[in-house]
Design a protein around this ligand. Structure first.
Ligand code: M6R
Length: 616
């Protein structure tokens, strides 16, 4: 999704902004631009396509006096929402008269009432050069501008409906930049006599680890190292300074061809970090202080409602099954956008767990607010520390998976499932589960990192299988019980990065319609790990093969029966199905990765996708 980087200090802004844009590339974008304040002029440069196009268009900027003297600037990577990905629609957007920019703005989010505002501003003589809602905001700020950028920004933002993270400059205030947010993250990095602002910390960490996360409706006025935060009504507010707890290396490729592969390989460590200090092998329970719940309070909870989108929702489904299985407790998972737009039946006896890697997904955030409004206890299961969902829920569990850069989520899923298994275990132990049974589950969770290491050893074998799949255009994934979410996640991954159409079905559902599509050109991936339902899924596999569909099985190590029924197979270590959700998903992540690699797809930045979906 769109990215923002902005700088104010005593160094030349341009190289800092361009490097920041490179760090934001992973979010997905289609054009890029920068604006710098130099010689009492706001200079705007933008280009369609990659950041490198922009860099090329700037020529020898390092020796250009305009760039050397520009110590304040804003920059942006745009992911098109309003209007196609053209240079005119790229940010920054200037506003002024006769080609002179009095204001320049970069914006993440969506201005919902931009049409009305545009009509009004056109009536006042403004001439728009783009199709974007963001340019309207730039002109709106200009229309309020007298001699104080912060005042103009606040006045404009009061008229705006929608979401924004913005950074802007005013021609008449050469040392200042103003940033603000509502629903779209803004992180302020505090350096020595300088400040670097970004929409996510990965663009800041090479400069400083000390950051402030703005709250909704905060407006920050920044000049060099001075940061003054106010509300929209100009009331001064204090926001906590926190430290980024991961290193710059964690956000680099580290010798791997793609971030996705690196993140797949990081999973043993990521899971270890997720479960560290949280699995109590003696008492057979989980220690989850972040939930802020006494055992007595847990008993009072009647239902665990899990919300999320995409991969996070798929992980949630494993959580639902585990909560019912371990704790005998009512649990449901729901797509966050569906939850927010129904009139959901939820209240004080429900605990809502909002799952989000980024902690910024607009639909999940809105669902959190809806659940809070209805009096439910809401906890976040989030990876990005300090993100909006983490802060607004105020209670929850961080994944500690480290930064996930690839658009296709991998380590976040396996850490989410690990944490959900611990939540289910905790709830179960506060209810009916015996200590002995709890210890058994705790031990299984505890050995997950080693199990995943075993799966990663299959990489070459999986890469070989992938060679046979590059020409297929459509696939089915089937699984039962715990393995159905794995089928969903497997199908999501292959379509995201290799652009092969894939559908996931409950194995039993196949014969209720989809079976009509089975033929030689429609391979089926079957989740066949030992445990409940395996024999029945094997029966479905036979149905598939009888219709000439070739079958790739993900099977338990040494299961000869399963091997004999599959055209290809990937073995994962023997484990209960609730942890096989993780090992089998890792196998399918590698499978998707290799198919996409062999097809020459842009794995880390698939077309049309964004890392963090901050619009509805
Ligand atoms: O940051 P979140 O976990 O809230 O993101 C939710 C989905 O947008 C995300 O999981 C998406 O489906 C991924 N691209 C899947 O790989």
């Amino acid at each position: 999704m769109c990215g923002i980087i902005a700088y104010s200090g005593n160094r030349s802004a341009t190289p800092i902004l361009l490097n920041g844009l490179r760090k934001l590339e992973y979010r997905g974008y289609d054009s890029a631009g920068i604006a710098i304040h130099s010689d009492n002029t706001i200079h705007i440069y933008k280009q369609e396509g990659k950041v490198e196009n922009l860099v090329q268009s700037l020529g020898n900027y390092e020796e250009d006096p305009t760039h050397e003297a520009g110590h304040v600037g804003i920059a942006h990577t745009r992911w098109a929402t309003h209007g196609p990905p053209t240079t005119a629609n790229a940010h920054p957007h200037g506003a002024g008269q006769d080609g002179v920019n009095r204001i320049a703005l970069v914006h993440n989010g969506i201005i919902e009432n931009y049409r009305d505002l545009k009509l009004k501003l056109e009536g006042e003589g403004c001439v728009f050069l783009s199709d974007t809602d963001s340019e309207v905001l730039s002109f709106l700020i200009d229309s309020h501008y007298k001699d104080d950028l912060a005042k103009a920004v606040s006045a404009a933002l009061k008229e705006v409906q929608g979401t924004f993270g913005i950074a802007c400059l005013a021609k008449a205030e050469p040392h200042k930049m103003v940033v603000a947010r509502r629903g779209s993250p803004i992180v302020i990095g505090l350096g020595e006599d300088e400040t670097i602002v970004a929409s996510d910390a990965s663009a800041i960490i090479s400069h400083t680890r000390q950051v402030i996360y703005l709250d909704d409706n905060d407006v920050a006025i920044i000049e060099g190292g001075k940061v003054d935060i106010r509300t929209l009504d100009a009331r001064p507010v204090k926001r906590e300074t926190s430290d980024i707890d991961w290193s710059e290396d964690a956000a680099e490729k580290g010798g791997y061809d793609h971030y996705m592969l690196k993140e797949i390989y990081e999973q043993p460590t990521a899971i270890r970090n997720s479960i560290r200090g949280r699995v109590d092998l003696d008492k057979g329970t989980a220690v989850l202080a972040g939930l802020g719940l006494e055992p007595r309070e847990i008993v009072d909870i009647q239902r665990l409602l899990i919300i999320g989108c995409g991969t996070s929702m798929n992980a949630g489904l494993v959580g639902e099954y585990a909560t019912e299985d371990f704790a005998g407790m009512l649990s449901e998972v729901e797509q966050a956008a569906e939850f927010r737009y129904r009139n959901p039946i939820v209240g004080s006896k429900d605990m809502v767990v909002a799952i989000s890697q980024s902690g910024e997904t607009a639909d999940t955030l809105a669902a959190v607010r809806e659940a809070q409004e209805k009096g439910a206890l809401v906890a976040g299961l989030v990876n990005v520390v300090g993100s909006t969902i983490a802060r607004e829920t105020g209670r929850g569990i961080y994944l500690h998976a480290g930064p996930e850069i690839s658009v296709a989520s991998t380590k976040a899923f396996t850490c989410q499932v690990s944490v959900l298994l611990m939540i289910a275990l905790k709830f179960a132990r506060s209810r009916r589960l015996s200590r002995e049974a709890g210890i058994q589950i705790a031990k299984e969770i505890h050995r997950l990192p080693e199990l995943v290491e075993e799966v990663l050893k299959q990489n070459d074998h999986i890469a070989k299988i992938a060679e046979d799949f590059t020409n297929y255009t459509s696939m089915f994934y089937i699984g039962r019980g715990y393995l159905f979410p794995v089928a969903l996640e497997g199908a999501l991954k292959i379509k995201e990065i290799s652009y092969i159409h894939a559908e996931a079905y409950h194995a039993a559902e196949l014969k209720h319609g989809p079976i009509a599509l089975l033929e030689e050109s429609m391979p089926v991936v079957a989740l066949l790990n030992e445990g409940p339902g395996k024999e029945k899924t094997l029966g479905n596999v036979e149905e598939c093969r009888a219709r000439k569909s070739p079958v790739l099985g993900v099977i338990t190590e040494g299961d000869e029966d399963a091997k004999a029924n599959c055209d290809w197979y990937i073995e994962v270590p023997k484990s209960p199905q609730y942890t096989a959700t993780i090992t089998s998903t890792v196998a399918l992540q590698l499978f998707s990765y290799h198919v996409a690699r062999l097809k020459g797809c842009p794995i880390d930045q698939p077309r049309n996708l964004a890392k963090s979906v901050t619009v509805e």
